[in-house]
Design a binder for this molecule. Structure first.
Ligand code: HDE
Length: 715
C-alpha cells in the first residue's frame, strides 16, 4: 500500500500548509476541554454524592454535551450525500489565446483541487446506487482565487429556467406526506412534474440510461453543463463547455445489480473511491473544452444558452487541455466533505458567465444556501473553503469570525489606511466582467430558440447501442410501472413518443397501455401564467443523427484497462494453490485485485498442502460487489456446487453479464449450475491449473467490462 499522504505532499503544498495549522493529532497528548484544561475523569459526571443528582457546575460535562447537541448541521437540500478527495490539476498546454486564467496559462503550475461527488435526491445517509444524476464539483485553489466548476456527470439538465428548480426538487424528493421513497425517482410526484415539462425529455433519456448507475465515481464523465466564456488578455470571448474524461473509461452497473448493491453495501461508491486512493490507484480525469468563437453563437440548431442541450462532440470536438489526479483522502469527513462550499459564481479572471437562465439563478442560490447550511457569511474561512491567494477586503465580523483584522480602517475609499486594500487594475489581475451588450425590454418569457424539446432526446436515444436502448426502455418501464396514477403514465407515453416511437411502444407494452395518438398538450412556457403567446414545441432539423460520444459502449473514450477491478476467487479446502497463484499474479499485473472468498475466514488448505488466507466468506461476499469471478482448479472445489450462496453468486454474476472463468474442476462447477450456459462467450474455461491462455482471455474479456450479448438469451 502506498502512503497516499506522503505522495501528495509535493503536489498540494500550498493548500497543505494552510490546513496544517489546525490539524489536530491527539497522539501522545492529554485529553483537554475546548479551553485547553486537562481532564482528569472523562467517564463520570460531577454529582452530589455517589448516588446523588448531577451538579450544574460540571462545566466539563456541559461543554461536552452542548458540543454534541450541535454536531449536526442542516444537510444540503440537494446533493446531500457525497464523497470527496484532494488532488491536483496539471495543464498540458497553455490556453492563453483563449483565456487569461493563470492556472490555464502556465503549464508549470500544479493547482490543488478538492472534488466532491454526490447523488442529488437522497438524504445524507441514503444509498450510493440510487438511479440519479451525480454531482461532480471541483474546487480549484488557483493563485488568482478559487474557481469552482460545479458540474454533473450528465451534460444537460431537466429544466431551462431557475424558476422551476424548487418544483423539480420537491417533485423528485420523497413525497411530503409520508417521506417515501428515499433517493428514488420512481414515484408519482416526480413523473407528474416531468410529464408536464416536455423540456425535461433530453435529461430524462440520460437519467434513464446507465449513466445514472455508475460502476464507480472514478468511471464517470463530468460536465460543466452550462456554456461559460473564456476571456483572453485582449478581452476577446469564446464560449466554452467543460468536460471531464475519466482515464478508466465510463462504466456502469445494471439496474438489478444497483438495487442489490444498495442492500449489500450502500457505501459502495464511497468505499470504492476511498480504497482506490488508499491503495495508490489515484483516479484521473482529463479536462477537455469545446471552444466556440463569439461570432458562431447562432450557428447551431439549438441555443447555446439552453442547458437542456449539448454541443455534439462531432460538431465541436473536445480539446484535451490538462489532467486532474485525486491522490489524498480527506482526514475528516465533516470538516472537509461536509463543510466544503461550492458556488458556480466562484470564478477567476479569464472565465465568465453566459446568460443561461439556469446558470443565472444558480449564481444567486449557492451563497444563499451556505448561509443556512454553514450558518455564517464567514464560511469562506473554514479551511477547506479558504483561498490560497492573498485575501484582503473590508468585510467584517459575523458569526464565528476567525480573522483578526488589524487597524481602524474597514472602508473604501480611505486615506487613514493609505487607501489599502487597493482596487486592482485589469492588468494587475483585477476581475472585470465581459463587456457584453445587453439592451432589451424587461420580460418574463422563454426564448423561442429554447422550444425544441425532443430533437436531442431523439439524438441521445438513437446514438445508443441496442443493449443501451433496452436498458433505457427497462428503466422507464420500472419507473413508470411504480407510478400509481394512470394519467401520468399516459402523458409520459405521449412525450416519449415524440422522442422515439419505438421506445414509447416498448414502454407502453410493459405498462399494458397504448401510446396515446394525440399527446395531451403539455404546459408551455410563454408569456404570462395563462400560456398566452406560448412557444409551441418544435423539432429542428439536426445536423447529425448519431453521436458515439453519447453512448457508453461506443464511446471514443473507452478504456480496456482492468485496473482496480475486483475479482472474486471462489475457493474451498483443497483448492489448487498453483491455480490461485497464477491467476492472481496475472490479474494483479494488470492492476486488478483478487479477493479470496471461502466457506470460512482464516486459512484455506490447498491441494499442495500450503495455506491461503481467505478475505471473505460466502455469507459476506456477494457477486454484485465484484467485477468478475474466477473458480480455480482443485478437487476440493467440486464442493462449491453444493453451497447455496455459491450458486446464488454465480447466477447473479451470470444474469448481470459478468465475465466468469473456471479452471479444470472450477469449470466443472460452472457446468453444474443450471442457469449458466457454458457456450456463452463470457463464460471461459481452462483445462488445467495455471492455464496461461485462460488468464489472457479472462483479462481481455474483463477489459470489455461485461458480456452484453448474454442479455438477449436472458430476456
Ligand atoms: Fe445545484 N445546488 N442548483 N446544480 N448543485 C446545490 O448548493 C441549484 C444545478 C450542483 O458537492 C446547492 O451547496 C439551483 C445544475 C452540484 O457541495 C444549492 C439550480 C448543476 C452540487 C443548489 C441548480 C448543479 C449542487 C445545495 C438551478 C449541474 C453539489 C447545497 C437554478 C451543472 C455541490 C449547495 C457540493 C448543490 C442550487 C442546478 C450541480 C441549493 C438553484 C444545473 C454538483 O445551492
Amino acid at each position: 500500500m502506498k502512503d497516499s499522504k506522503k505522495t501528495n505532499q509535493d503536489s498540494n503544498d500550498g493548500k497543505q500548509k494552510d490546513l496544517d495549522a489546525d490539524r489536530s493529532n491527539a497522539e501522545g497528548q492529554f485529553l483537554t476541554t475546548d479551553q485547553g484544561v486537562r481532564i482528569n475523569d472523562d467517564t463520570n459526571s460531577l454529582k452530589s454524592g455517589e448516588r446523588g443528582p448531577s451538579l450544574l457546575e460540571d462545566f466539563i460535562l456541559r461543554e461536552k454535551i452542548t458540543h454534541f447537541d450541535h454536531e449536526r448541521i442542516p444537510e444540503r437540500i440537494v446533493h446531500a450525500r457525497g464523497s470527496a478527495a484532494h488532488g491536483y490539476f496539471e495543464l498540458y498546454k497553455s490556453m492563453d489565446s483563449y483565456t487569461k486564467a493563470g492556472f490555464l496559462n502556465n503549464t508549470s503550475i500544479k493547482t490543488p483541487v478538492f472534488v466532491r461527488f454526490s447523488t442529488v435526491a437522497g438524504s445524507r445517509g441514503s444509498t450510493d446506487l440510487a438511479r440519479d444524476v451525480r454531482g461532480f464539483a471541483v474546487k480549484f485553489y488557483t493563485q488568482e482565487g478559487i474557481f469552482d466548476l460545479v458540474g454533473n456527470n450528465m451534460p444537460v439538465f431537466f429544466i431551462q429556467d431557475a424558476m422551476k428548480f424548487p418544483d423539480l426538487i420537491h417533485a423528485v424528493k420523497a413525497e411530503p406526506h409520508n417521506e417515501i421513497p428515499q433517493a428514488a425517482s420512481a414515484h408519482d410526484t416526480f413523473w407528474d412534474f416531468i410529464s408536464l415539462m416536455p423540456e425535461s425529455m433530453h435529461m430524462i433519456m440520460w437519467v434513464m440510461s446507465d449513466r445514472a448507475i455508475p460502476r464507480s465515481l472514478r468511471m464517470m464523465e463530468g460536465f460543466g453543463v452550462h456554456t461559460f466564456r473564456f476571456i483572453n488578455e485582449k478581452n476577446e470571448s469564446h464560449f466554452v463547455k467543460f468536460h471531464w474524461k475519466p482515464k478508466l473509461g465510463i462504466h456502469s452497473v445494471v439496474w438489478d445489480e444497483a438495487q442489490k448493491i444498495s442492500g449489500k453495501n450502500s457505501d459502495f461508491h464511497k468505499l470504492d473511491l476511498w480504497q482506490a486512493i488508499e491503495d495508490g490507484h489515484f483516479p484521473e480525469w482529463e479536462l477537455g473544452v469545446q471552444l466556440i468563437p463569439e461570432s458562431d453563437e447562432h450557428i447551431f440548431d439549438f441555443d447555446l444558452l439552453d442547458p437542456t442541450k449539448l454541443v455534439p462532440e462531432e460538431i465541436v470536438p473536445v480539446t484535451i487541455i490538462g489532467k486532474m489526479t485525486l491522490n489524498r483522502n480527506p482526514d475528516n469527513f465533516f470538516a472537509e466533505t461536509e463543510q466544503v462550499a461550492f458556488h458556480p459564481g466562484h470564478i477567476v479572471p479569464g472565465i465568465d458567465f453566459t446568460n443561461d437562465p439556469l446558470l443565472q439563478g444558480r449564481l444567486f442560490s449557492y451563497t444563499d444556501t451556505q448561509l443556512s447550511r454553514l450558518g455564517s457569511p464567514n464560511f469562506h474561512e473554514i479551511h477547506i473553503n479558504r483561498t490560497i491567494a492573498p485575501m484582503h477586503n473590508n468585510q467584517r465580523d459575523g458569526h464565528m469570525r476567525q480573522e483578526i483584522a488589524t487597524g481602524r480602517v474597514s472602508y473604501h475609499p480611505n486615506s487613514l489606511g493609505g487607501g489599502c486594500p487597493f482596487q486592482a487594475k485589469i492588468d494587475q489581475g483585477g476581475f472585470s466582467s465581459f463587456n457584453e451588450r445587453v439592451d432589451a425590454q424587461k420580460i418574463r418569457e422563454r426564448s423561442g430558440s429554447f422550444s425544441d424539446h425532443f430533437s436531442q432526446a431523439a439524438l441521445f436515444y438513437n446514438s445508443q447501442t441496442p443493449t443501451e436502448q433496452e436498458h433505457i426502455a427497462a428503466a422507464l418501464s420500472f419507473e413508470l410501472g411504480k407510478v400509481e396514477t394512470p394519467a401520468i403514465r399516459e402523458r409520459m407515453l405521449g412525450l416519449l413518443n415524440q422522442a422515439s416511437a419505438a421506445l414509447a411502444a416498448k414502454v407502453a407494452k410493459s405498462l399494458g397501455m397504448t401510446v396515446p395518438k394525440i399527446p395531451e398538450k403539455p404546459i408551455n412556457h410563454g408569456v404570462g401564467a395563462d400560456d398566452a403567446g406560448a412557444h409551441e414545441p418544435v423539432k429542428a432539423k439536426q445536423s447529425i443523427e448519431r453521436s458515439d460520444a453519447l453512448s457508453i459502449l461506443k464511446n471514443p473514450n473507452s478504456s480496456k484497462s482492468i485496473s482496480t477491478r475486483q475479482i472474486a476467487f471462489l475457493c474451498a479446502e483443497g483448492v489448487s494453490g498453483a491455480s490461485v497463484e497464477a491467476m492472481k499474479a496475472a490479474l494483479e499485473k494488470e492492476g486488478a485485485k483478487a479477493v479470496i472468498v471461502a466457506p470460512h475466514l482464516g486459512d484455506i488448505k490447498t491441494a499442495e498442502g500450503s495455506a491461503i488466507p481467505a478475505d471473505q466468506t460466502y455469507k459476506i461476499a456477494a457477486s454484485v460487489l465484484f467485477d468478475g469471478v474466477f473458480i480455480p482448479a482443485g478437487k476440493g472445489i467440486l464442493e462449491l456446487s453444493k453451497i447455496r450462496e455459491v450458486k446464488e453468486f454465480l447466477n447473479d454474476s451470470y444474469s448481470h453479464c459478468k465475465i466468469i472463468a473456471g479452471e479444470a474442476e472450477g469449470a466443472q462447477v460452472l457446468g453444474d449450475i443450471n442457469d449458466i450456459d457454458e457456450k456463452d462467450g463470457g463464460v471461459l474455461a481452462g483445462s488445467s491449473a495455471g492455464d496461461k491462455n485462460l488468464a489472457a482471455s479472462f483479462i481481455k474479456a474483463l477489459g470489455n467490462h461485461r458480456y452484453w450479448e448474454r442479455e438477449k438469451s436472458l430476456s
